[in-house]
Design a protein around this ligand. Structure first.
Ligand code: SF4
Length: 482
């Protein structure tokens, strides 16, 4: 789900200098507790979006919607809210955005009413031809209520002259390019779709008579639902009174699943793209240790996202893993930099060092990725101040040199440090003793067991799915490899 214009600005101090996942989505069909189960699933998917959350439910007579700004716990702050979201089917959404003014307007699930009845949808990803489609739809008289690309879907569905809602959705999806996992709710069923290239994850689960569709399997674990299978790329799944019906609307497209889901975005306890995130992340650390060994005393991670790769690095190198950095989990995204002269206050409020572990030690810091490098530079300084004699940085992904147009919120190319500096210049900027990244070959080696194709455009600059809205800006200089 993308905003227009692209929501891109200087990050707030709490973003930890990381790309942000745009959304987590969930749907439940066939339970009188549908909205409560979606709420729990959204809790498990909170890491995929922390700025707004929402649920739409349908009790057969009425459709109910509640959306708001903030974490799931803030938006659904009392049991009465969920009790009012009646019905045996519901869909939900966690959203990330960097803009404030359009936040509630664009909060999902979006809900529309048409001749076919209610139609609600939640979206994870980015349509890459949304600008073209939106201009055309507006010229044809469509009145958009939000600034998200997601709203294109209901407009295309409403315009379709196909006889059934299923056919209308399929016709709409065939006109859309890019990355999307979608869950949709209608008068009597839910739908789920994954783009033909399978960029974002989406899976189906079941518990008793209830079906679930969620971004990651960790959401199924929380509600004790059994994983059935992934929604396959180019598949529209219809779940209604007759159970699951599968419709294939795109065949034979190459798969480009987002490799960054394994590196950073997905939870390590999830299984996505046919493999366990934890296992892949450990392998990233192990391969990194083989590729770029270092003579030091201990391995530490930048918690929490680098923990698993650091364990892998430690196992393969034989060097002890320890907890040299402690993260404060209770700092919300709204932390405001106070007027103080301490330039690293934003980092200090999030991380502190464990002096007893770092003092007089040669330290390897494993980080999963470097975006601007500003946070890591301050962490290196903190680790030295805690008494480390040497600080070596190892990164469990290749250098990020290009932004993402498929559903992740990256800074512009100008702000990506690896797009502007060599590895040695970055080492100098970070003020560490040595710096090494995982190679592109090492990254691909770590994901071979999943047996699917991957996008790694943020590391290579080669975009596998045409970015029709941006032709000329990126496509010409980075012609995709096919
Ligand atoms: S560009 Fe990077 S973050 Fe975006 S889909 Fe490709 S691998 Fe994932």
């Amino acid at each position: 789900m993308n905003e227009s214009p692209r929501a891109k600005s200087a990050q707030d101090s709490s973003s930890l200098d990381k790309p942000q996942s745009n959304c987590g989505i969930a749907a439940v069909y066939g339970s009188p507790e549908a909205s409560h189960l979606v709420y729990l699933a959204l809790y498990a998917l909170q890491h995929r979006g922390q700025e707004s959350s929402g649920i739409v439910s349908n009790d057969g007579q009425r459709v109910h919607r509640h959306v708001g700004q903030g974490l799931v716990a803030d938006v659904f702050s009392g049991p009465t809210i969920l009790d009012q979201l009646k019905g045996s089917m519901a869909i939900g959404h966690n959203r990330y955005s960097t803009t404030g003014s359009t936040l509630v307007l664009n909060a999902q699930p979006l809900l529309f009413r048409s001749k076919q009845g209610p139609f609600a949808l939640s979206h994870n990803g980015n349509f890459t031809n949304s600008g073209i489609l939106r201009s055309w739809l507006e010229e044809e008289g469509s009145l958009f209520q939000t600034t998200t690309d997601t709203e294109i879907v209901p407009h295309l569905v409403a315009r379709s002259r196909k006889p059934t809602l299923t056919d209308k959705i399929i016709e709409a999806l065939k006109q859309i390019s890019g990355a999307y996992s979608l869950v949709m709710l209608s008068q009597d069923r839910i739908f789920a779709a994954r783009d033909p290239h399978g960029v974002r994850p989406l899976c189906i689960g079941k518990k008793d008579d209830a079906y679930f569709v969620v971004s990651e399997t960790c959401a199924l674990d929380l509600v004790r639902a059994e994983y059935i299978r992934d929604v396959t790329p180019g598949e529209l799944v219809e779940i209604g009174p007759d159970g699951i019906i599968s419709h294939r609307y795109a065949e034979g497209k190459e798969h480009f699943s987002c490799v960054f889901e394994y590196i950073y975005f997905a939870r390590p306890d999830s299984r996505i793209f046919n493999d366990n995130v934890d296992k892949v992340r450990r392998k990233l650390g192990k391969i990194l240790a083989l590729e770029s060994p270092v003579d030091a005393d201990i391995v530490i991670s930048v918690p929490d996202s680098s923990n698993t790769a650091a364990v892998g690095f430690s196992r393969r190198s034989g060097m002890k893993f320890d907890l040299g950095l402690i993260r404060n989990h209770y700092v919300g995204r709204t932390f405001i930099q106070p007027r103080q002269k301490m330039r690293d206050f934003g980092v200090r409020v999030k991380f502190n060092t464990v002096r007893g572990i770092l003092q007089n030690r040669r330290v390897v810091v494993v980080e999963d990725s470097i975006v601007r490098g500003t946070t890591l530079r301050q962490l290196v300084q903190l680790i030295r101040q805690a008494g480390a004699t040497e600080v070596h940085v190892r990164v469990s992904s290749p250098p990020i040199i290009s932004p993402c147009f498929y559903g992740m919120d990256f800074p512009s190319k100008e702000e990506l440090i690896a797009a502007q500096k060599s590895v040695e210049e970055i080492r100098d900027f970070l003020k560490c003793d040595s710096l090494a990244y995982l190679s592109q070959e090492g990254l691909m080696q770590a994901v071979t067991d999943s047996n699917c194709g991957f996008c790694s455009a943020c590391f290579t600059g080669r975009y596998p799915i045409p970015i029709e809205d941006r032709i000329g800006k990126y496509q010409h200089e980075n012609e995709p490899e096919r």
